[in-house]
Design a protein around this ligand. Structure first.
Ligand code: MG
Length: 246
């Protein structure tokens, strides 16, 4: 029962973190939608992958140094002319959807955790009724510690390939256990049965991210990971349906 999470609303199908991607994902027969959040300089929380607008929109600048209006004015590439939305707007899109949230708390453009973003994200999720359907994730252990203090919701540590290589399997597991982190996610290309067994034997959940090709999606299903994120949710659903009817 591997769960499928539409990454950034399904970037390769609908553009990166676009309103259309999130609206379509809300109606799909899949388990979760993954997204990332950043604060603006005037207190808004926007749904966008990168810390800056540079790579994926027609504007530039770090979101944390811009006003909400300036971020909203950006046109997202390959989005039919649409603009970044706020976390509250995303919550409204999913109010009547069966798809659960996988919310990643991003660091700033300097790679460091934003001040006070965690409690503000939790507050929006709580007020919109989405917190009970949300798993929260970060690459930063510091941010996961902050999350653990702020909420009882499930947490996920996204372990980057360099960190996985540098710490090694056992040290990754020890860090997760020491910080009370119940789930580890690694890049699909660095996942294997040995790592998954070690993580699960320690009582932790194991998932993968960035399964975008048919081969990567097949691998995630073959391993039987708990959950994987994909930029191609329609492809992942088609492969899942084919496997189930086989
Ligand atoms: Mg993410």
């Amino acid at each position: 029962m591997t769960r499928i999470a539409s990454h950034r609303g399904g970037t390769l199908e609908f553009g990166d973190s676009t309103p259309l991607g999130f609206m379509n994902t809300a109606r799909m027969m899949l388990d979760e939608v993954e997204f990332d959040v950043h604060p603006t300089m005037d207190g808004a929380i926007m749904v966008h992958h990168d810390a800056t607008l540079d790579r994926t929109t027609d504007r530039t600048g770090a979101i944390a140094t811009l006003s909400e209006a300036a971020v909203r004015a950006a046109v997202i590439d390959y989005s039919a002319g649409s603009h970044p939305i706020s976390l509250a707007e995303l919550c409204a899109i999913y109010a009547d959807s069966a798809v659960a949230f996988r919310c990643e708390i991003k660091p700033g453009d300097d790679g460091l955790a934003y001040q006070d973003l965690v409690p503000r994200v939790i507050d929006v999720l709580q007020k919109t009724g989405m917190l009970d359907r949300t798993t929260l994730s970060s690459f930063l252990v510091e941010t996961l510690d902050e999350l653990a203090d702020a909420t009882d919701r499930p947490l996920l540590w996204l372990v980057s390939p360099p960190v996985l290589r540098q710490l090694g399997h056992q040290a990754i597991i020890e860090v997760a256990l020491a910080h009370g982190i119940p789930e580890i996610g690694v890049h699909i290309d660095f996942a294997d049965a040995r790592l998954m067994d070690a993580v699960q034997s320690a009582g932790l959940d194991f998932g993968c991210w960035a399964a975008h090709t048919a081969e990567q999606i097949d691998k995630a299903f073959a391993l039987g990971v708990k959950v994987f994120t994909t930029d191609r949710p329609s492809l992942a659903m088609a492969i899942r349906d084919r496997k189930q009817s086989a």
